[in-house]
Design a protein around this ligand. Structure first.
Ligand SMILES: [Zn+2]
Length: 140
């Protein structure tokens, strides 16, 4: 399970709206546990030059940057969010191939420029498949 505030959820949705019809991507910083608790989100540039509507890629520099940011705030890098322009909020085969078992992944559907469902996923180390996890949305 992963928890985050309505405000952070709104920031993820807004990011998806702004980059539509291309995918947005960002980091989830917070505290590990059950539930994992997202404390802040950090936008990341999608460095893909092709298929930006269906793919995202994070540069090694940005990866190090958000890891450093987490350390500065005494938080952990919990995972990443990204949007699916005109596709359902479920991870793609590409997402699965590029995922790590220790991270949480949020996917935000953006249909026709309007952000919709956000879902959360973790990659099972046993099966190599994504498993959906509940999102606990907190007030404030
Ligand atoms: Zn995806």
């Amino acid at each position: 399970m992963i928890s985050l505030s309505k405000d952070l959820m709104e920031r993820i949705r807004s990011h998806g709206r702004e980059t539509y019809p291309e995918e947005c991507v960002g980091a989830l910083l917070g505290r590990k546990g059950e539930p994992a608790h997202v404390v802040s989100v950090e936008r990341i540039d999608n460095i893909r030059t092709a298929e930006r509507a269906r793919r995202y890629e994070i540069s090694p520099q940005d990866y190090l940057r958000v890891e450093g940011l987490a350390a500065e705030k005494s938080l952990a890098l919990l995972g990443f969010y990204h949007s699916h322009p005109d596709h359902p909020a479920a991870p793609s085969a590409y997402d699965r191939e590029h995922a790590f078992p220790f991270f949480h992944y949020l996917v935000c559907a953006v249909a026709g420029g309007r952000p919709g469902d956000v879902t959360a996923w973790t990659l099972s180390e046993d099966t190599g498949e994504f498993e959906r996890e509940p999102i606990l949305e907190e007030e404030a």
